[in-house]
Design a protein around this ligand. Structure first.
Ligand code: RP5
Length: 161
């Protein structure tokens, strides 16, 4: 089984958010690995992960962090594998700190930044799947079906109570 998607996060405390990315990849049958990699607490681990990402065959890295959320940007500086950033919601500043830390990258080193929190993590999983679907017709079909099922689940009219 080839692992093409990496999910990394700064802390165990990010898992309840980042689980949304892992869950949707599971639903779509996309194998992935999950690791704790912290820009501040385990910088050597971050460097090793980024340095080996291409040779290990990763096609996208989903990186979630909160507060001074340097993980996605630092990972993007170390590898050309596309990095999808997820701002984790924080108590002090509601995740706006995480969002700005991830979003405001300098020219030349992009991070595809998702929404704050669980919705962002889920969309990160879907984005990673969409990247793989460009070259995987079976996954493309599963993703199309997933999207069609979501659309079909939305009622045409609201419940008026
Ligand atoms: C960041 O600091 C992590 O991504 C996490 O969101 C935040 C708080 O980490 P803990 O103190 O809960 O380990 O590095």
């Amino acid at each position: 089984m080839t692992i093409e998607i990496g999910i990394i996060m700064g802390s165990q405390s990010d898992w309840p958010t980042m689980k949304e990315a892992a869950d949707v990849l599971d639903e779509l049958g996309v194998p992935h690995e999950v690791r704790i990699v912290s820009a501040h607490r385990t910088p050597d681990r971050l460097w090793d992960y980024g340095k080996t990402a291409v040779e290990r065959g990763l096609k996208a890295i989903i990186a979630g962090a909160g507060g001074a959320a340097h993980l996605p940007g630092m990972m993007a500086s170390k590898t050309r594998v596309p990095v999808i950033g997820v701002p984790v919601q924080t108590k002090a500043l509601s995740g706006v700190d995480s969002l700005y830390s991830i979003l405001q990258m300098p020219r030349g080193f992009p991070v595809a930044t998702m929404a704050i929190g669980g919705a962002g993590a889920k969309n990160a999983g879907l984005m990673a799947a969409a990247i793989l679907a460009n070259t995987d017709p079976d996954l493309a079909r599963r993703l199309d079906d997933w999207r069609a099922a979501l659309a079909a689940s939305i009622p045409e009219e609201p419940v008026r109570d």
